[in-house]
Design a binder for this molecule. Structure first.
Ligand code: SAH
Ligand code: SF4
Length: 432
């Protein structure tokens, strides 16, 4: 979502004449868009600003802006700790960025941290999303009302908000006109999307089915979804919408019901398995990925083993796993942490099981021809980059004319993260 927000901030400041530069040492304005989900991200922000400060030591100081969730959560502290920062601007206030740059006063510090999500999108909807990438993000929903015990999102992104249905479709059509062939719908709880019009309620499945009608759009994805919001109509899309990719990122966090309860996730492992079964019934090819938190306060060996058991059952691909990181202001931050060494050991153990499945899945593709959406040419080599239906990176020998097209690639080699091959022009996958 930060990538989407950064693009939209850029679309906005372009209107007052600020353009991107690769020359980091002579920028008039330096903007860092930040994430607050784990503690490391905050420290990275201070490291980065420190680096910029050193670079500008004997030069004209740029306007330094910190945007995003660290800005939202730590606005005062940021300005106090790093006086090089001039402006902090939260994720729901960045529609005001032009005004603040325009009226900038170098003797003052500026803080914008109100939750004005609706105003923000009303403003942004008037400025076209000029993204022209083959695969583009499109935010449809923001914020969270679920308050998992460990998570800062409800405090940094604010309450759930869903954008008007028609405006999302307009934005999608514009992206496709610019060359986008894959849209990734975004939201902190993307499947909680609900827009109430006078006559009708629109949810995520309505959006997917409407996007399906855009002729030149080839692929639809959405992220991140919550097990509690996997409704029947959304599950049905896996059988009635060909453009919806057979890959779902559906975080479970832990395979232990005790830990899920402590996390206030409000669902059990059984519910997750039920969703898995229902989606597989609709389309057997669907693969699952998840986020996992390891070493949550109260997690025993037995709880951790339940997570490993679940991973072995579902055979997740492309998953993310993290050691629990206490976040200020969250209920879990008051709990006693488990031993750090044990948590690290568990993380490595989980990652090795996840990696094992990932490699096995990738190995099973060697020798086969798969559909790839070609995104770009690699800078360093004479090769092309795209993704398969499961979102894996594919690097292959290709040609410029294939960028933005679906091609067939015969896989010859793999590693954990990437598949390697060459174009196979003898097959037409979609026709088949
Ligand atoms: N809304 C999504 C997740 C959004 S946050 C969901 O509910 O699944 C992205 C991921 O960051 C989470 O899935 C979680 O695995 C991780 N995360 C969030 N807070 C964390 C914390 N305090 N420590 C470690 N990982 C965390
Ligand atoms: Fe955070 Fe996701 Fe839980 Fe919301 S549902 S509080 S975003 S982990």
């Amino acid at each position: 979502m930060n990538e989407y927000d950064t693009n939209r901030i850029y679309d906005t400041v372009k209107n007052i004449g600020y353009l991107k530069t690769n020359d980091h040492l002579s920028a008039d304005c330096y903007l860092l868009n930040t994430c607050h989900i784990r503690d490391k991200s905050k420290e990275k922000v201070f490291d980065e600003i420190g680096r910029v400060r050193k670079n500008y030591k004997n030069k004209k100081k740029p306007i330094v802006i910190v945007a995003g969730c660290v800005a939202q959560a730590e606005s005062r502290e940021m300005i106090k700790r790093e006086p090089f920062i001039d402006i902090v601007i939260g994720p729901q206030s960045y529609h005001k960025i032009n005004k603040i740059i325009h009226n900038f006063d170098s003797k003052k510090k500026h803080e914008l941290t109100e939750f004005e999500t609706e105003d923000k999108f009303n403003y942004l909807d008037k400025i076209k999303n000029n993204d022209s990438k083959v695969s583009s993000f499109l935010t449809i929903q923001e914020g969270c009302d679920k308050f998992c015990s460990f998570c800062v999102v409800p405090y940094t992104r604010g309450p759930e908000y869903s954008r008007p249905f028609k405006r999302i479709i307009d934005e999608a059509e514009n992206l496709v006109k610019n060359g986008t062939r894959e849209i990734i719908l975004l939201g902190q709880n993307v499947n909680a999307y609900l827009f109430k019009d006078k006559e009708k309620n629109f949810n995520l499945s309505h959006l997917i089915l409407e996007l399906d009608k855009i002729k030149e759009l080839n692929r639809i994805r959405y992220t991140t979804s919550h097990p509690r919001d996997m409704t029947e109509d959304l599950i049905e899309c896996y059988s009635n919408c060909k453009k919806l990719m057979p890959f779902i990122h559906l975080p479970i966090q832990s395979g232990s019901n005790k830990i899920l309860k402590l996390m206030n996730r409000n669902h059990k492992v059984e519910k997750y398995l039920e969703i898995y079964k229902l989606i597989k019934q609709k389309n057997h090819n669907v693969e699952f990925s998840s986020d996992f938190i390891v070493g949550y306060p109260g997690e025993t060996d037995c709880d951790f083993n339940d997570t490993i058991k679940l991973v072995k059952k579902i055979k997740f691909i492309n998953s993310y796993s993290f050691i629990y990181s206490p976040r200020p202001g969250t209920p879990a931050s008051k709990l006693k942490e488990i031993n750090k060494e044990i948590a690290k050991e568990r993380l490595l153990n989980l990652q090795s099981v996840l990696e094992d499945h990932q490699i096995k899945k990738n190995e099973s593709l060697i020798g086969s021809t798969i559909e790839v959406l070609v995104e770009n040419k690699l800078k360093s080599q004479n090769k092309y980059f795209g993704r398969n239906i499961f979102l894996n990176s594919v690097i292959f020998d290709g040609e410029e004319k294939f960028i933005g097209k679906l091609v067939n690639v015969k896989i010859e080699k793999i590693n954990r993260n990437t598949l390697f091959g060459r174009i196979d022009e003898s097959k037409d996958m979609r026709a088949a």
